[in-house]
Ligand binder design. Structure first.
Ligand code: HDE
Length: 741
């Protein structure tokens, strides 16, 4: 782990205004537009961004420059084009060791994909605590603000295979490996604060139900099918997480605009041995935001790598994704204070009951060099913790402690996967585990303990306030050995109702839409009926609206189902809503400028400067690539074609004035479709001067509050930014339904 040396004022950057005063956080490097240059491996593109983990990986990086092509045994190869044959047109000889080695290796290139979370993308970075949390924990990475702890973070979808699309409706994984000085800590979370089931023994059932159906392996990357909804309707504990999945949380705008949650209650243990329960949160500094459902579906075809690409390109551009670590702390004596059980992973702890304390920041500042070596081979295990942390008795977490280590053994081919470079701790590790497939380390003479032939090395370290051995928190236990579910886990509906009531009207509409779409794909009518029945226990209006959309009506008995009680007196919790009245940060948003020959170049420059000044990325798209002639007789460079960069890839669009340019765009179907889709997906549309004509030529309603019209370039940009801060033009939703894009 590297120790930050520069604590000077200049190390405190303007971009870190979210950090408390005095927090020593690294400055970001200057930003260039994402995707502006060819992409490259992280070490080529960002060699100056490094940390102890990346330095450790340097030892394994291969550099083939000026090197001869050789076999795996080091023999130089003279001909890599032709196999060895018996005569010029004869059969291939078994003797050809070069061919056999090459083909054999190729034949074994694939490893099993992850059973869940197979599709993912990852990045390197670092974590720094703002202020010592020593009152709560002795874990060094949470105590010493002078340390930047290397991290590797993998984001994922759950249901789809490795090649599935990014923008599907699904839960997202958010797994962080902290390479601390005291060993690896893996915080393997999701983008929702709760899970579908309460007990690990149900996980295989749940996953079988959500994965593609067994007979035809349909559908890919979606829960919209019979077996998922059959299971959900029969297992009401799933309803809370299902509500989140059907909401906009199920279709995040990007990984950098997504919250992360450790879900389970863990424990923090301080140097005096005192324990507090904790729930971990990641809060993105860009704010959390989502896609629109139609947009998400279009994106699966237009750019299946949408989230992966955005993550990669932002890091290359130097616009690093950042997340603050938040803790919800529950003193041990408050364990039973709530209407729900804090050991139940289907329950969140409302932030208005236990506020999230922001304690540090994680910055993702370097891309991997090799997808397979790093992103695919990284092995997260919730069982990887360090002194100062401990597990709770959450029965889902307890099962996970077993499952992850176990799954890596078949996925990565043996018990030595911790020796794969990406998985290795950055601190030394020695023990008496020996042999097994793919053993890399060359171990010393004694392979047992105690021993006298090597002076009993490596030796145990007793627990200590600092740098001690791991000791499990001494938790008093009582009770009988039983196979039961605690009664305190029984309320399945109060929290889904709290979630529902905390949403804006727009968000509620989207939840109704989510359920209706998915149930619309369910073929067996009794499954649809049972899901609607479940919803009546959460909220009658929600159930009635979904019922209507799937051709059902609520019965008298269903309308008599009791309304669940408030959660600790709470009817709403603002933190559960993505949108509310919140203003969204505009930094890192992507905006398209549509141009053609004859565009006003001065306007392009002014709009670009205005937006870039706020950290917004702009791209110029035209009917063709190359230099576009401006009104002023100069040229602007097109970053891409309108056809190849449709509006679903950006957060908003500005059409720049210029008589000839607009006339050309009026003849361009892709440009017209750009505005139609931007309108349909509730995006801000800037129309400068002549550009209004393009809008007026389309079957669109009169400009609304999200269609910003002005002759002046600077003014149109300013108005546009005001609309962008709302993320979407929510007031347009009804009108957008009628747009046939
Ligand atoms: Fe996982 N989960 N899970 N899970 N999970 C896996 O481990 C499992 C659960 C999560 O980017 C697998 O290495 C069981 C909750 C993420 O590599 C597997 C149970 C949460 C990732 C597995 C759960 C998660 C996984 C598949 C119930 C959120 C991807 C491959 C007891 C807190 C990590 C692998 C990555 C991956 C098992 C429940 C999140 C099969 C048995 C709850 C983010 O071991």
């Amino acid at each position: 782990m590297s120790v930050k040396k520069d604590k000077s004022e200049s190390a405190k950057p303007h971009l870190d205004d979210t950090a408390p005063q005095g927090a020593p956080i690294k400055p970001q490097k200057s930003v260039s537009p994402p995707g502006a240059e060819p992409t490259a491996a992280g070490s080529d593109k960002n060699p100056s961004v490094t940390n102890t983990k990346l330095e450790q990986l340097d030892a394994y990086r291969e550099d083939p420059e000026n090197q001869a092509l050789r076999t795996d045994q080091g023999v130089k190869i003279a001909d890599n084009q032709n196999s060895l044959k018996a005569g010029v047109r004869g059969s291939t000889l078994l003797e050809d060791f070069i061919l056999r080695e090459k083909i054999t290796h190729f034949d074994h290139e694939r490893i099993p994909e992850r059973i869940v979370h197979a599709r993912g993308a990852a990045a390197h970075g670092y974590f720094q605590v703002y202020k010592s949390q020593q009152a709560l924990t002795k874990a060094g990475f949470l105590v010493d603000p002078g340390l930047d702890t290397p991290v590797f973070v993998r984001f994922s979808t759950v249901q789809g295979s490795r090649g599935s699309a990014d923008s599907v409706r699904d839960i997202r994984g958010f797994a962080t490996k902290f390479y601390t000085q005291e060993g690896n800590f893996d915080l393997v979370g999701n983008n929702t604060p709760i899970f579908f089931i309460q007990d690990a023994i149900k996980f295989p059932d749940f996953v079988h139900a959500v994965k593609p159906e067994p007979h035809n392996e349909i559908p890919q990357g979606q829960s919209a099918h019979d077996t998922f909804w059959d299971y959900v309707s029969l297992q009401p504990e799933t309803m809370h997480n299902v509500m989140w999945a059907m909401s906009d949380r199920g279709i995040p705008r990007s990984y950098r605009m997504m919250e992360g949650f450790g879900i389970h209650s863990y424990k923090l243990i301080n140097a005096e041995g005192k324990s507090h329960f904790v729930r971990f949160h990641w809060k993105p500094t860009c704010g959390a935001a989502s896609l629109i459902w139609d947009e998400a579906q279009v994106l699966t075809g237009r750019d299946p790598d949408f989230h992966r690409r955005e993550l990669w390109e932002s890091i290359e551009a130097g616009d690093y994704p950042e997340y603050e670590l938040g803790l919800q702390i529950i003193p041990e004596e408050d364990e039973h204070k709530y209407d729900f059980d804090i050991l139940d992973p289907t329950k969140l702890i409302p932030e208005s009951l236990v506020p999230v304390q922001i304690v540090g920041k994680m910055v993702l500042d370097r891309n991997p060099d090799n997808y397979f070596s790093e992103t695919e081979q990284v092995a997260f295990c919730p069982g990887n913790i360090v002194p100062g942390l401990d597990f709770s008795d959450d029965p889902l977490l307890q099962g996970r402690l077993f499952s992850y280590l176990d799954t890596q053994i078949s996925r990565l081919g043996g018990p030595n996967f911790h020796e794969i470079p990406i998985n290795k701790p950055v601190c030394p590790f020695h023990n008496h585990q020996r042999d097994g497939m793919h053993r890399m380390g060359i171990s010393g003479k004694a392979n047992y303990e105690p021993n006298s032939i090597n002076n009993n090395w490596p030796r145990e370290t007793p627990p200590a306030k600092k740098d001690g051995g791991f000791s499990t928190h001494a938790q008093p236990l009582s009770g009988e050995k039983v196979r039961v579910r605690s009664e305190s886990f029984n309320d399945y509906y109060s929290q889904p109702r709290l979630f529902w009531l905390s949403q804006t009207k727009t968000e509620q509409d989207h939840i109704v839409g989510g359920f209706s779409f998915e149930l619309g794909k369910v073929v067996r009518p009794w499954i649809r009926e049972r899901v609607v029945d479940q919803l009546t226990y959460i909220d009658h209006q929600l159930a009635a609206r979904v019922a209507e959309n799937v051709g059902l009506a609520l019965t008298k008995e269903q309308l008599a189902h009791p309304i669940p009680k408030d959660v600790n007196g709470l009817k709403k919790d603002a933190a559960l809503s993505l949108y509310g009245e919140k203003e969204h940060p505009v930094k890192s948003r992507q905006v398209a400028l549509l141009v053609a020959d004859g565009v006003c170049g001065e306007s392009v420059a002014k709009i670009t400067a205005e937006l870039n000044g706020l950290g917004i990325h702009t791209k110029i798209f035209a009917p063709r690539l190359g230099k576009i002639k401006t009104l002023q007789g100069k040229e602007v460079n097109a970053d891409g074609t309108i056809e190849g960069n449709p509006s679903v890839l950006v957060d908003g669009v500005i059409v720049v004035t210029g008589k000839e340019s607009i006339e050309a765009l009026l003849k361009n179907g892709n440009a017209k479709n750009y505005l139609l889709q931007a309108f349909k997906h509730l995006k801000a549309i800037g129309l400068q001067g002549e550009a209004l004509k393009l809008y007026q030529a389309l079957p669109l309603p009169k400009p609304d509050e999200g269609v910003l019209v002005d002759d002046d370039a600077k003014k149109v940009a300013e108005k546009f930014v005001t609309a962008l801060k709302k993320h979407r033009v929510w007031s347009r939703e009804a009108a957008a339904q009628e747009v046939p894009a």
